[in-house]
Design a binder for this molecule. Structure first.
Ligand SMILES: [Zn+2]
Ligand SMILES: [Zn+2]
Length: 232
């Protein structure tokens, strides 16, 4: 172990154990447990699908989304779920290195095909930003942008207010509520945007942001996330 490892220990992105720079970003025992999504996936959102004859997951067959398509590396479960939660709420911004390496391995083909002008992190409300000290989606987008040489715009999309308790609302009201929570600086114009976030669950946030970007001239909007919910 060298001095830097003792002074500034880094942590395994899966189990959070302090590791040497040789083992970083994932310790040797956790490497065996890395399980990116493989096998048949939804053509639209990239969720794994059980019935191989289908092209789309049930969610994507039921809804038309405003985004064009997207990609996630892992399922939001087990150690990956814990990892993303620490990345988001416990200051483990360093995990972005690991997520970036995984994106480089699994998402580079998508990026080469999509040829985005810009990466835009899903914004969080200012109050949350102050409390948390960083937007995890922005940390990730900046890591990816640096790695792929793609500009990052973390300013033009804003979350102007927190959404009301979504539970009390019906689906239409929810969508309206969510749509009204975001604004876009109208001066910026991009043809092809990739939205970046830590997780994709129902897809409603990415959907609303894609709609907003397209109303303002974007032709294609894709998403990249570390994890995705299993869905239906
Ligand atoms: Zn580990
Ligand atoms: Zn889908």
């Amino acid at each position: 172990m060298n001095l830097l490892d003792i002074l500034y220990p880094k942590h395994c992105a899966l189990c959070d154990r302090a590791v040497t720079s040789r083992e970083y970003p994932v310790c040797i025992s956790c490497r065996k447990e890395l399980k990116p999504i493989i096998g048949p996936r939804c053509m639209n959102c990239s969720k794994p699908i059980e019935n191989e004859t289908e092209e789309l997951c049930l969610d994507c067959r039921r809804h038309h989304f405003s985004y064009d398509s997207g990609f996630a590396v892992f399922l939001y479960s087990g150690k990956m779920k814990d990892s993303v939660l620490r990345f988001k709420y416990q200051g483990r911004q360093e995990y972005a290195q690991f997520y970036g390496q995984m994106m480089n391995l699994f998402a580079s083909d998508y990026i080469n095909r999509w040829k985005p002008d810009v990466l835009m992190p899903v914004p969080i409300h200012r109050e949350k930003l102050v409390k948390r000290g960083y937007n995890q989606a922005q940390v990730l987008a900046e890591t990816l942008g640096g790695m792929w040489g793609i500009p990052v715009d973390a300013k033009s999309l804003k979350r102007k207010r927190r959404t009301r308790a979504q539970k009390e609302l019906n689906p239409q009201e929810r969508k309206k509520n969510l749509r009204e929570a975001f604004t876009l600086n109208k001066k910026v114009k991009y043809d092809t945007v990739v939205l970046v976030d830590d997780i994709y669950t129902t897809g409603s946030t990415v959907d609303v942001l894609a709609g907003l970007l397209k109303e303002n001239g974007a032709k294609k909007v894709y998403f990249l996330t570390v994890c995705i919910g299993k869905g239906l």
